[in-house]
Each structure stands twice: as structure tokens, then as C-alpha cells.
Design a binder for this molecule. Structure first.
Ligand code: FAD
Ligand code: UDP
Length: 395
């Protein structure tokens, strides 16, 4: 972007403001915010409520909430529109901040893995180990056995090393290899250790999918949480609006950008690779379809998981909706869901990041703009941190 307060790209097509004489006068606001997901909504809320800033939020989709959006489907079942979103956090600050806009429905997220024709306790824990050895066991025996199975690797550099160094080849192949190949279209050894490293390995009977101290869903919904965050009178939300279509109609002090960096910089170093997904929902005339909110399919079928979010939301209704998730290449008409954490993609991102660091009047916040596999709470923490920086510079 050339200078403070001018449009970053292109000419405005949907002029959003005009004066009485009919002569177009760009509207002055404090911030143009690109995207109404957790990053954009948090910054809009903070800037409007704490600094009195006039904020315009441009969201290219027809709804707020970004990938965290939920809604009632035609059968009346509350579904997570873009895959299951299990809120969890170790940050009191983030939980307290969001707690101003929502109640919480506590959930112990529990899932299963379907492999070798059976449901398996997952993530790997003592129950999984007992099923594997076919008899009751103990944490001590499991620790001693894993010690024999594991492949010693001093500091695991990729996802294959991350798992085999903890549990060895058999459990790696049973639960991780096939799922990861399907999800990322890459061998685990070509992905950062942090990808499979997200999944805990436990030698006790704790069978929760996640380990963070706070685990709960916003109640009644994510969408209501976003509505409250964005309800401040100084926030205007433009849905179905690419920011490039309105940026030249505005004069703004600051751009908050939560979209993808390659798009912002006109793809000058080539596209940043992403994985996409196809969601196939199915409503069934039964109360529940499967024994857990999520069943993973590491080695069977083209889908990676079937999610029945009703188990987690606690909604009571006589029908259910399940969603099968099919990994997909990212391309025209698809959504960017997952940045791909790997050395080659990090190299492309590094080039864009150098350019981003020179944009002094732009904040690049969130999962896409930082090309990081962030969870929701991490994005909120990042947005709160960015708010403090902006506030510090404003006083
Ligand atoms: P987003 O939610 O992607 O919001 C960015 C917004 O910017 C989008 O709405 C987009 O339409 C808009 N935008 C982009 N470009 C433009 C433009 N040019 N003009 C206007 N608008 C634009 N996190 C968890 O904590 N727990 C989970 O269980 C979990 N599960 C997930 C499952 C899936 C399938 C996926 C894909 C993600 C999951 N996440 C989960 C991650 C979570 O979705 C993200 O951390 C969070 O949504 C990031 O918020 P954000 O605001 O950075 O990005
Ligand atoms: N993973 C796996 N087997 C599983 C679950 C996860 O190999 O049964 C790996 C896979 O590479 C996946 C990563 O661990 O992409 C992170 O899993 P998570 O469930 O956190 O993925 P997300 O919900 O972010 O899609």
C-alpha cells in the first residue's frame, strides 16, 4: 500500500457513501477491518468500545463468524458450518474477554477412531493400549512398552518423527499415517512436527481429545457471540463485500487485514498453499447416529471424519445431522481452510511476511494473514495483543 489512508487496491465498485450534492466524498473512518471472524470481530469490538473508533468491517461471505460460524440447518439441528469448532483455552484472559459476550456450555470433547473394523479410544491412552494388547494393563506397563516401541529421536523435526518417537510404528500406522496423508496430501515426514504434535499421547485413562484447562462451547451459539461482539454502534458490518470493492470509498487510518497474505500482495511470490475441505451433511430420522461427537477414519473411506456435533452442543431433538469431511485441494471457488505447516511453505510465507512488515498502517491478524495453524483462542489472544499495540500508539 502506498500511503496512509488511501485505498490499497482497485477502484470502489459499490460506493458506500456519498454527500448530498451528489459529489462523491470518501467517508472517513478510523479502521477498515477485513473479515468478520475471531480476528476481525475482536479488533472491531475493542477499537470501537475502548477507543471510540468508527470501524467498517468488510466480510466477503454472507455471514459473520468466519470459519467458526454455526447455524440451525433445515431440520433444526445446530451445526458448525465449517467443521467442528471445539473451543478450548489455557488463557484466562481470552476466556474472560469472550465471556463478556457469551455464556459457556462446558463439554468434555471425546472422540473415537474407526480402524481395523472397530472403534478405538483416541487419542492414544491407556484404554487404547489395553485394547491393543487385549487385556487389562497399567500406566507403568504402557510406559515401559512404549519405551520399547518408540524410535529414539532427539528433537523430532517432522510429524512422522513426532509420532514414532512417542509410540513407534504400529500405532503411527494405525492412527496417524493414513489420516495425515488424506488430510494434507503429504507424507507426515513432509509436515512440521507441530501438525501431529497437536494430538496428545497419554499413558493414563484421560480420553479427552484436548488437554487445555478450559473446554466449552459458546452458548447458545458462536453466531450469537459474534452478533454481540459486533453490535457496537460504531461498528458497521458489510456482508458479501470484498474489501477491495469498498476500500477506495473510505479514508481510514488503519487497515486490519485478516485475509490471506498472498492475495493482499497480488500473489507476487506465487500462491501460498492451503488445504480445503468439502463438507457433506446428512440429516437422519434418529436421535444419534454414532457413539461420539467425532469419529476419525484414518484408514477407511475418502473422508477423514464424521462429526455429529449434537453430542457436544447438548441439543435435544429427535433427529440428527452428521457431516462427513472430505479433504480437498484448494483452488478456484474453494475456501482456504488450512495453511500447510511445512518448511517449503514457510519459505513462501517468509517472503510475504517481509513485505507485510513494511506496511506500517496495516495490522495482519489471524490464521490466514499469519499463515499459521492457529486455534480460535490463539487468534483472539493475537487480536487482543494487536489492540494493545494500536492503543499504545494512539495515546
Ligand atoms: P477466519 O475465521 O477464516 O476469518 C477470516 C474472514 O476473512 C473470513 O470470514 C473470510 O471470508 C474473510 N475474508 C478473507 N478475505 C477477505 C476479503 N478480501 N474481503 C473481505 N473478507 C475477507 N479452532 C479451534 O480453536 N478449535 C477447533 O476445534 C477448530 N476446528 C477447526 C476446524 C476446521 C475445519 C477449520 C478450518 C478450522 C478450525 N479451527 C478450530 C480454527 C479456527 O477456525 C480459526 O482459528 C479461526 O476461525 C481463525 O479466525 P480468523 O478470524 O483468523 O479467520
Ligand atoms: N491426526 C491423525 N489422526 C487422527 C487425528 C489427527 O493423524 O485421528 C493428525 C492429522 O495430521 C491432523 C492433525 O493430527 O491434521 C491435527 O488433528 P486435529 O484433530 O487437531 O485437526 P483439525 O481439527 O485442526 O482438523
Amino acid at each position: 500500500m502506498e500511503e496512509k489512508g488511501t485505498s490499497p487496491v482497485g477502484a470502489g465498485r459499490n460506493r458506500i457513501t456519498n454527500n448530498e450534492s451528489g459529489v462523491f466524498v470518501p467517508r472517513k473512518v478510523n479502521a477498515l477491518i477485513v473479515g468478520a471472524g475471531f480476528a476481525g470481530a475482536t479488533l472491531a469490538e475493542r477499537l470501537a468500545s475502548q477507543l471510540g473508533w468508527e470501524c467498517v468491517v468488510a466480510e466477503k461471505r454472507g455471514h459473520i463468524g468466519g470459519n467458526s460460524m454455526d447455524r440451525y440447518d433445515a431440520a433444526g439441528v445446530l451445526v458448525h458450518a465449517y467443521g467442528p469448532h471445539y473451543f478450548r483455552s489455557n488463557s484466562d484472559r481470552v476466556v474472560e474477554y469472550l465471556g463478556q459476550f457469551t455464556e459457556w456450555h462446558p463439554v468434555e470433547y471425546k472422540i473415537l477412531s474407526w480402524t481395523d473394523g472397530d472403534y478405538w479410544p483416541f487419542p492414544v491412552n491407556l484404554n487404547t493400549f489395553e485394547k491393543l494388547v487385549g487385556r487389562p494393563s497399567s500406566s507403568e506397563e504402557m510406559v515401559a512398552t512404549l519405551e520399547k516401541w518408540r524410535v529414539p529421536v532427539e528433537s523430532p523435526k517432522n510429524s512422522e518423527e513426532c509420532i514414532v518417537s512417542q509410540v513407534g510404528w504400529e500405532l503411527y500406522e494405525k492412527f496417524f499415517k493414513g489420516y495425515t496423508l488424506k488430510q494434507w496430501k503429504r507424507e507426515p515426514k513432509d509436515l512440521d512436527a507441530s501438525v501431529c504434535g497437536r494430538i496428545p499421547i497419554r499413558t493414563n485413562r484421560d480420553d479427552r481429545y484436548l488437554s487445555e484447562k478450559f473446554q466449552a462451547l459458546p452458548s447458545p451459539s458462536y453466531t450469537r457471540l459474534f452478533e454481540k461482539m459486533l453490535s457496537h454502534p460504531r461498528i458497521e458490518v458489510l456482508l458479501s463485500t470484498d474489501y477491495r470493492d469498498v476500500a477506495s470509498d473510505l479514508v481510514f487510518d488503519r487497515l486490519i487485514y485478516t485475509g490471506s497474505l498472498d492475495e493482499y500482495f497480488g500473489y507476487r511470490f506465487g500462491p501460498l498453499p492451503y488445504r480445503s475441505l468439502r463438507f457433506e451433511p446428512e440429516t437422519l430420522p434418529i436421535e444419534y447416529f454414532q457413539p461420539a461427537m467425532q469419529v476419525n477414519y484414518p484408514n477407511d473411506h475418502d473422508f477423514t471424519r464424521i462429526v455429529e456435533i449434537k453430542h457436544a452442543t447438548g441439543q435435544k431433538c429427535p433427529v440428527t445431522t452428521i457431516v462427513r469431511e472430505y479433504p480437498d485441494d484448494y483452488g478456484q471457488g474453494k475456501e482456504r481452510y488450512y495453511p500447510i505447516p511445512a518448511p517449503d511453505t514457510a519459505e513462501i510465507f517468509r517472503k510475504y511476511k517481509e513485505l507485510a512488515d513494511q506496511e506500517k498502517h496495516v495490522s495482519f491478524v489471524g490464521r490466514l494473514a499469519n499463515y499459521r495453524y492457529y486455534n480460535m483462542d490463539q487468534v483472539v489472544a493475537m487480536a487482543l495483543g494487536e489492540f494493545e499495540k494500536i492503543k499504545g500508539a494512539a495515546v
